[in-house]
Design a protein around this ligand. Structure first.
Ligand code: HOZ
Length: 430
C-alpha cells in the first residue's frame, strides 16, 4: 500500500494548519507516521487519496452508525439543500428532531440544539450552575467532555493521547471549581460528596468512558452517583455525546437504567453533520434564555441541513427492527474474535464491547476500570498493531485511548476479514 499522495497532502497541510490537522488525535502523534488523507466513504469502507481501501472502525469518531453515506440520509439532505442552508430562524425540522430524541432518550423532557459536543457540555455546565447557584463541578479522570476551559482538567482523548492531561492556556482561576475523582471509585465519590456535596452544581460523567479506550461503569457506581446527586441536590449530567444512540436506542441511561437530570448529545444525533444537543428535566431546561436567565446561543444552531441529517438517521435507527441487537451482536463478534486470538496466541491482549462500541488492550490486567488501569496497557505494542492493521486495510483510531465503533453496515464478512488481519498483525508484533 502506497501513501505518496497522503504524505504530500500532509506536508502541504502542515504549512497552513497547525500539525496539519483540525483536531489533534487525527495527526497520528499517538501512533507515529503520516496521517492518511481520505477521499471517499461508503458503508463500512473508506478510500484514501492513494486509492487504498479500508474497513473503517472510527466511523468519524462515532456518528457513522448507519455506515457512511447512507442513501436515505443523503437523499434527505439533498432535498433540504435545495431549500437553503441556514436561516437563523426557527424551522419545523428542529421540533421534529427534538420530538424524535425525546421519544428515544428517557431523561429528555426538553432539548436545545447546538453545533458540537463541546458546546453541549459547556452549556449544560453553565445551566447547572445557573439552576443551583453553585460553582463547583465534579468530573472523572480520563473522561473527556470537549474543550471548554473548566473541563480541560485530567481529560481523556487527545489530552491523554498526547500526554498533556491538562491544557496550557487555561488560567488556574478558570478551573478552581473543577474537582476530579476516579471513574468507578465508590469510596472516593462518597468522601467527596460528604465534604463538598452542598457546594457542587453538577457532576458530569461519560456513563461509559470512551475517551480513555473503553471503560465500562460498575452499575453500583452509577446508581450511587444518582443517589448522592439526589441527596445533595446536585445536577447529574450524563455526557452521552459518544454513547447516545450508540450503546442502546436510549443511550447508556437506558442501558443501565439510570436517568440523569441533563444529557449531552453529539455525534450520532447529527448523522455526520455538526450537531450537538443538551436536554433534560423541564424545570432545569426552563432556566435557559429566553425563558430564564442562563444565556446560550448559536447562529448555526438547529440549521436545517444538520437537523434533516440527524432526523433521518434517528428515524432509520428507531424504525429498523432489532437495530441494536444486530449492532451489538456484530460488535460482540469482533470483541469475541479478538479475545479468542489473545488466548490462541497466549498474549496479553483482550477486548470488550457494549452496543456498537469496543475497546482492546495490550495488557494482562483485564480489570480496566479507570484512568490508571487503562494506562497499564502497552502503548508501543498498540502503535505497531495500528500500523500493521492499516497496511492490511483496517482503519482503527490512531490512539490507544479512544474507543472503536462498528456500524450497522459492517457485515459478518467484514468482521471475519478484520479478525484475519488482526491475527496476522498480532503474529507479526509478538
Ligand atoms: N474527540 C474525538 C475523539 N474522542 C476526536 C475528534 C476528531 O479528531 O475528529
Amino acid at each position: 500500500m502506497g501513501y505518496d499522495v497522503s504524505e504530500k497532502l500532509y506536508q502541504q497541510a502542515c504549512q497552513v494548519i497547525p500539525g496539519g490537522v483540525n483536531s489533534p488525535v487525527r495527526a497520528f502523534k499517538g501512533v507515529g507516521g503520516t496521517p492518511v488523507f481520505f477521499e471517499k466513504a461508503q458503508g463500512a469502507y473508506l478510500w484514501d487519496v492513494d486509492g487504498n481501501q479500508y474497513i473503517d472502525y472510527v466511523g468519524s469518531w462515532g456518528p457513522a452508525i448507519l455506515g457512511h453515506a447512507n442513501p436515505q440520509v443523503i437523499s434527505a439532505i439533498k432535498k433540504q439543500l435545495e431549500n437553503g442552508l441556514s436561516f437563523g430562524a426557527p424551522t419545523a425540522i428542529e421540533t421534529q428532531l427534538a420530538q424524535q430524541v425525546m421519544k428515544m432518550v428517557p431523561g429528555i423532557e426538553m432539548i436545545r440544539m447546538v453545533s458540537s459536543g463541546t458546546e453541549a457540555t459547556m452549556s449544560a455546565i453553565r445551566l447547572a450552575r445557573g439552576y443551583t447557584n453553585r460553582k463547583k463541578i465534579l468530573k472523572f479522570e480520563g473522561c473527556y467532555h470537549g474543550h471548554s476551559e473548566s473541563l480541560l482538567v485530567k481529560g481523556g482523548s487527545g489530552l491523554l493521547t498526547h500526554g498533556t492531561p491538562t491544557s496550557a492556556g487555561v488560567p488556574e482561576e478558570f478551573i478552581q471549581f473543577t474537582m476530579n475523582s476516579s471513574f468507578n471509585d465508590i469510596n472516593k465519590l462518597q468522601m467527596i460528596f460528604s465534604h463538598h456535596g452542598h457546594e457542587i452544581a453538577a457532576v458530569i460523567i461519560e456513563p461509559v468512558a470512551g475517551n480513555m479506550n473503553l471503560v465500562l461503569p460498575e452499575p453500583e457506581f452509577l446508581s450511587l452517583l444518582r443517589k448522592l446527586c439526589d441527596r445533595h441536590n446536585v445536577v447529574l449530567i450524563f455526557d452521552e455525546v459518544m454513547t447516545g444512540f450508540r450503546v442502546a436506542k436510549g443511550g447508556a441511561q437506558a442501558f443501565y437504567n439510570i436517568v440523569p437530570d441533563l444529557t449531552t448529545l453529539g455525534k450520532v444525533i447529527g448523522g455526520g453533520m455538526p450537531v450537538g444537543a443538551f436536554g433534560g428535566k423541564k424545570a432545569i431546561m426552563e432556566k435557559l434564555s429566553p425563558l430564564g436567565n442562563v444565556y446560550q446561543a448559536g447562529t448555526l444552531s438547529g440549521n436545517p441541513v444538520a437537523m434533516v441529517s440527524g432526523l433521518e438517521t434517528l428515524k432509520i435507527i428507531d424504525e429498523e427492527k432489532d437495530f441494536y441487537d444486530k449492532l451489538s451482536a456484530r460488535t460482540q463478534q469482533l470483541a469475541d474474535g479478538l479475545n479468542a486470538l489473545g488466548k490462541k496466541l497466549s498474549i496479553p491482549f483482550f477486548a470488550q464491547s457494549v452496543g456498537g462500541m469496543f475497546g482492546f488492550y495490550f495488557s494482562d490486567n483485564t480489570e480496566v476500570k479507570d484512568y490508571q488501569s487503562v494506562q497499564t496497557g502497552d502503548v508501543e505494542r498498540f502503535k505497531k498493531f495500528f500500523h500493521a492493521m492499516l497496511k492490511k486495510g483496517v482503519y482503527l483510531a490512531p490512539s490507544a485511548f479512544e474507543a472503536g465503533f462498528v456500524s450497522i453496515a459492517h457485515t459478518q464478512e467484514d468482521i471475519v476479514k478484520t479478525l484475519d488481519c488482526a491475527e496476522k498483525s498480532l503474529r507479526e508484533i509478538f
